[in-house]
Design a protein around this ligand. Structure first.
Ligand code: CLF
Ligand code: SF4
Length: 503
């Protein structure tokens, strides 16, 4: 698709850019294999499709304050604009306010396709507020997909109601299928008006999760399972979780890293429980991927996030701002449909171009020789293209290029921006060192532009900056750089070494 059908406001989302328990994506090849009925459900859901997340946005409405369990990684905050993690929100909304906000966002960000309720507590522990919001939206904004994320304790009681409102995307956070491990993650659950602690509570939670999962699958509702990877607690057990949920028919598994900082005030944070390293997370995701479609592009969104995954435009849609907006939703729906069609057309064109350009190494690879895989970081603000200045990137997407092609691996967050404006990068060495640290393992970083100073430092750290592929589709650019590396003789390995490395 050419972006010419989009006006400035519409392009903004393409250029700028959760589930409560942190929540998914089939990759492009897996998408092609899906039956039509499922493809229809996931093709424009930014969490269920890795491809879609470059183009389509989601929003959360924070209507669900209460929770019926306690997780050791959770501490909800209700008036915080600064932290980006599940359970944090700026303002709690009533269902009426949530409906108004959703329609305002949908009218102003036509690429917003999904409304999720993901907290700050558990949506199904607040059934009146959650279902009132869904009921109103399914009537007033029928072109928006509805999505919910839950810990699963109340799920079996809510499945019929979910089906009634056409909610066909449900995320269950399942961190374990073993009560012994569960007792280390959940100090208590609130069940039949009583607080139940330890293994007994964890056992009930696990049974409810598995029962709810089965009931959803039986009704044809797509289920994504989120798991928080907690080193030393459930990391070695999550492959088993993946097997169990896959055998029941879950569509996608999203293994997310534990976020635990003492200043968040969570039990794990205060106790110094560490989260996994990027390598540990990737190894676990890879080992689960034999059993399951894995989501690797989750951003562990706030419970009031708005926009493309990885961006937050919530401050544009505060209650006082929405009050002043004049929304003609019927007109907005027509415009949204046009834009969605145009994006679908663009994706079709890109897929066919990709199949021509991102497949063959035959012109550079020598027969009988092997070439090692390479990680590359990419600066993008959405649209599936390399369109961001190195110094403006708030996160980098990491891709692996190998003889099998290009695949998305993960995103890595930049805690502080290297620079906040202008086209040149000059100072800020400390931040730059931080970026170099988070890009560990990457051989190249592709961006639209980069200053001399960061260029030199990146190069000295063994990360080759590359601004030659600005405005090109990401996967094609990564593949082109990989080919150049092969041509330059940088990647050749002896066949036995490659076998050993992959064993
Ligand atoms: Fe929200 Fe979750 Fe629906 Fe997506 S988020 S309720 S499935 S619309 Fe997505 Fe955010 Fe990860 Fe959740 S990136 S935290 S997986
Ligand atoms: Fe927090 Fe409840 Fe979600 Fe656990 S289930 S992360 S306690 S809101």
């Amino acid at each position: 698709m050419e972006l010419k059908v989009l006006d400035q406001e519409e392009i903004k989302v393409s250029e700028s850019g959760g589930c409560a328990e942190g929540s998914c994506g089939s990759d492009n090849d897996q998408m092609a294999q899906l039956p039509e009925s499922i493809r229809e459900k996931v093709h424009n859901h930014p969490c269920y499709s890795e491809e879609a997340h470059h183009y389509f946005a989601r929003m959360h409405v924070a209507v669900a304050p209460a929770c019926n369990i306690q997780c050791h990684y959770c501490n909800r905050k209700y008036d915080c604009a600064n932290e980006s993690r599940p359970g944090v929100v700026s303002e709690l909304l009533t269902p009426d306010q949530a409906v108004k906000k959703t329609m305002a966002v949908a009218a102003n960000i036509p690429q917003m396709t999904v409304l999720g309720i993901a907290g700050p507590g558990d949506p199904l522990a607040n059934p009146e507020r959650t279902f009132d919001t869904f009921r109103q939206l399914s009537e007033k904004a029928p072109d928006i997909k509805l999505c919910v994320s839950t810990n699963g304790l109340a799920l079996p009681d809510c499945v019929d109601e979910l089906a009634k409102h056409n909610i066909d995307h449900v995320t269950i956070t399942i961190n374990t299928v073993d009560p012994k491990i569960g007792a280390k993650i959940y100090p208590w659950i609130f069940w039949n008006n009583r607080r139940i602690r330890g293994e007994k509570g964890a056992k009930i939670l696990i049974e409810q999760q598995q029962k709810g999962l089965q009931m959803l699958i039986d009704r044809g509702i797509l289920v994504k399972v989120n798991s928080v990877m907690i080193p030393g607690v459930n990391d070695e057990h999550l492959q088993e979780v993946s097997k169990v949920v896959k055998s029941k028919g879950a569509f996608l598994h999203n293994v997310m890293p534990l976020i635990a900082e003492a200043e968040h005030g969570t039990f794990f944070g205060v106790m110094g429980q560490r989260g996994p390293t990027a390598d540990e997370l990737q190894d676990l995701q890879d080992s689960c991927s034999g059993d399951m479609n894995m989501m690797r592009h989750c951003r562990q969104c706030r419970a009031d996030a708005v926009g493309l995954l990885g961006e937050d435009r919530g401050s544009e849609f505060t209650l006082d701002k929405i009050e002043k907006m004049d929304i003609d939703y019927d007109a907005a729906m027509v415009k949204r449909a046009k834009i969605h069609d145009a994006i679908a057309e663009e994706l079709n064109v890109k897929r066919s171009e990709k199949s021509d350009s991102v497949n063959s190494l035959s012109d550079v690879a020598e027969e009988g020789k092997s070439y090692r895989p390479v990680l590359m970081a990419v600066a993008t603000s959405g649209g599936g293209i390399i369109n961001q200045h190195f110094g403006h990137a708030r996160e980098f997407l990491v891709y692996e290029a190998s003889m099998d092609g290009v695949r998305f691996i993960s995103h890595r967050k930049v805690e502080d921006l290297y620079c906040s404006g202008g086209d040149t990068c000059g100072d800020g060495e400390t931040v730059l060192q931080g970026i170099i640290r988070i890009l560990d393992g990457c051989k190249s970083v592709l961006c639209s532009k980069i200053g001399y100073e960061p260029w030199d430092e990146l190069e000295s750290a063994g990360i080759q900056p590359n601004g030659e592929h600005a405005m090109e589709p990401i996967e094609e650019a990564v593949f082109a750089v990989y080919k150049e590396m092969i041509e330059n003789g940088q990647l050749e390995v002896e066949a036995e070494k490659l076998e050993k490395a992959s064993a």
